[in-house]
Design a protein around this ligand. Structure first.
Ligand code: DX5
Ligand code: ZN
Length: 217
């Protein structure tokens, strides 16, 4: 069964506590927290005051997806806020190897996200150091976008690379994940499914979380 990480980007920010409690009481495994800076992606999500509020209530693993340039400057702050996984974008890091080590040296798990146009083979020399690879299945920046079908092939290549290099990295997918593709995604190698709109737009989000997880069996 896949791990499920609801993306709070699609939560109701007018009543965030309620949605955080909903995730706490559900079968979801992680909180997926999207940080956008309006530079790396054409959108701004939320900053540290909101993250602090989420963090106070959130009782599961916290996974921060940083869609920002110069991510290193904030690692210590994320650590202080109790973040477990930090995922940076391959396209935003000139010195990716150093960036990964900085995350790990602070005692957090390190992930690298790849935009849809970025080839898996570019992780050839870093995959052994990674705890997670995030295969973006939409272009980052917004919730509610259409899943890119080429992603299945890409996830399978990522799985091959992980096996070939004997890496422990989990494969996470993010963007357009729903009941229609969850099983297919895990069948090609995804370990962690991020889902925003499919959960928060559902009539019964707790049931949707259960259904999404069960569908991957
Ligand atoms: C997009 C974010 C996603 C987003 C996914 O840039 O990284 O985490 O919240 O939303 P859905 O599941 O609606 O595509
Ligand atoms: Zn995300």
């Amino acid at each position: 069964m896949a791990l499920l990480a609801p993306s709070i980007l699609s939560a109701n920010f007018g009543n965030l506590d309620k949605d955080v409690e909903m995730i706490n009481s559900s079968e979801a495994d992680w909180f997926h927290i999207d940080i956008m800076d309006g530079v790396f992606v054409p959108n701004i999500s939320f900053g540290f005051p909101v993250l602090e509020a989420v963090n106070k209530k959130a009782k599961k693993i916290k996974d921060a997806h940083l869609m920002i340039v110069n991510p290193s400057q904030y690692f210590q702050t994320f650590k202080n806020l109790g973040i477990d996984y930090i995922t940076v974008h391959y396209e935003a890091c000139i010195h990716l190897h150093r960036t990964i080590q900085e995350i790990k040296n602070l005692g957090m798990k390190a992930g690298v996200a790849l935009n849809p146009h970025t080839n898996i083979n570019l992780l050839d020399d870093t995959i052994q150091d990674l705890d997670l690879v995030l295969v973006m299945t939409v272009n980052p920046g917004f919730g509610g976008q259409k899943f890119i079908e080429n992603s299945y092939k890409k996830i399978a290549s990522c799985k091959d690379l992980i096996i070939q290099k004997n890496s422990q990295a989990l494969i996470q997918v993010d963007g357009g994940v729903s009941l229609e593709n969850a099983k297919k995604l895990t069948d090609v190698g995804a370990d962690v499914l991020v889902a925003g709109s499919s959960i928060f737009n559902a009539k019964d989000p707790i049931q949707m979380i259960k259904d999404l997880k069960n569908s991957t069996n």
